[in-house]
Ligand binder design. Structure first.
Ligand code: GAR
Length: 193
């Protein structure tokens, strides 16, 4: 899907809004020889996102935008991406919905991780809805981003079994452990590796 030219890693930007545990796993992965990407930019809509600290520790450039004027913000981000020669975007717990205009400019080059087995449970509060519906399984999905929320082509999924006394927190934790493994695998798959 995405072509790797020569031996140079493709520059990626990771968009976050919170803790950044997926960012952490992506940074770790990106440093491996077998990784087709390097992480060169972190974008956040939240100045208090804990994940921004990871950027600082790993000396990755960070940019924070408040998204009050979405169109203007997205254009600024597009120019940041251009300036840093970013070719692929990984959304990792990024809680803003990108516009069709933005997505078109990076068509097929934006990945997202979602904490459910899509197409089930798109949107927010996935774990809560899964438990209310007494599902036997949940999981996580890495997909390409299109202009419909959580609806782009699925790259990879991982299923987890829901235990008897599962709570929202225990399920979130269980799914997150799988997310950290799934995102790097999905990146390798996108690059046909
Ligand atoms: C993850 O579970 C991710 O799948 C989810 O937010 C969490 C972020 O955790 N994303 C969404 O719900 C997107 N709609 P992290 O900040 O520790 O990576």
């Amino acid at each position: 899907m995405v072509k790797l030219t020569g031996y140079k890693k493709v520059k990626a930007a990771v968009f976050i809004s919170g803790t950044g545990s997926n960012l952490k796993s992506l940074i770790k992965f990106s440093k491996k020889k077998k990784s087709p990407i390097s992480i060169d930019l972190i974008i956040s809509n939240n100045p208090k996102a804990k994940g921004l600290r990871l950027g600082k520790i790993n000396k990755i450039k960070r940019k924070v935008y408040n998204f009050k004027k979405k169109y203007k913000t997205e254009n600024q981000i597009l120019s940041d991406l251009k300036e840093h020669k970013i070719k692929i975007i990984c959304l990792a717990g990024f809680m803003k919905v990108l516009s069709r205009n933005f997505i078109t400019k990076f068509r097929g080059k934006i990945l997202n991780i979602h904490p459910s087995l899509l197409p089930k449970y798109k949107g927010l509060n996935t774990h809560q809805r899964v438990l209310v519906n007494n599902e036997k399984y949940s999981g996580c999905t890495v997909h390409l981003v299109n202009s419909k929320l959580d609806s782009g082509k699925i790259v990879l999924q991982k299923k987890v079994k829901i235990s008897k006394n599962e709570t929202m927190n225990s399920l979130a934790e269980k799914v997150l452990i799988q997310e950290h493994k799934l995102y790097p695998k999905a990146i390798l798959k996108v690059f046909n590796l």
